[in-house]
Each structure stands twice: as structure tokens, then as C-alpha cells.
Design a protein around this ligand. Sequence first.
Ligand SMILES: [Zn+2]
Length: 159
Amino acid sequence: MTFVVDCMLGKAAKWLKILGFDAVFFSRAEDDRLLSIARDERRTLLTRDHALVARAKARGVACLLIESEVWEEQVRQVLVDLDLLGEVRPFSRCVECNVPLKPLSRENAANLVAPFVLEHEKEFSLCPACGRVFWPGTHHEDMEAKIVALLKGDTIPIS
Ligand SMILES: [Zn+2]
């Protein structure tokens, strides 16, 4: 399942990408543009705007009305309401480019990362769009804990 995310939901959009989902987000976009992207690309529209949900439904566009103002609860609602907990693939997508990362061999990584990184890390992946190389150490330390909490539905302190 892929998404187009209303501009009110930027942090949720970012976290859906961290969890591996294809989520298109614009910091500014007209409702008509969101609706046409959702329709043309068969994306589910995520929004907190009741009027926009009504317009989406009238046009047969898949959408989900997000209830909470808190991003953790927003992400959790998407995962639970759309039955996506089993499809979470953390760190499999470039958050900047919204494209899936590709596995990168150590041999190829050797030309792209600093020697001390190569020495300490085993697994590498590459964003085919921006060329950035990722490895487990590139994640913020608290991200994995947040993901575990999101999947379990625990209450997470708001950061
Ligand atoms: Zn990228």
C-alpha cells in the first residue's frame, strides 16, 4: 500500500518512510493536487481534514481520516486501521527520496564509505536516487526503540 500524505502530517509521513512505506509528502499542496495524485497513482490519502475526506470519497479515492494530532498515534492508526503491521520493513527506504534502498556489497561499499566505517559495519545499502550509502550505524540511536514502541502500541513520550 502506498500513500499521499497531507501537509499537516509531515512527521507521520517521514516515519512511514522510515518503516519502509512509499509515502509522498508535500509541505505545500492544493487539495486538488493531493486528490489527483491519490487517484492517478492509486495511493491512499492520509489527512486530518474532514472536508478533504468527503471530497476523496465522492471521487472514489481511497483515504484515511487521521484522528490524532500526535505523530506516534497517527502512524499507529495507519498501521492498525489498514492492517499493515506485518508489512513494516524499517530502514528499507531512503527517507529523502522515498525510493527503496538496494543492498550494497562490502566490495562496492569500500569505495563509498570511510575506512573506519567499512571496518566496523557488515551490511550496507544504497539509495539509487541520491547515491547515499546507509549502514546500521547511520540510524539515530533512539529510532529502533521508537519503532519497537510504535509496533507494540506502547505510549511513547512525545519528542
Ligand atoms: Zn535517496
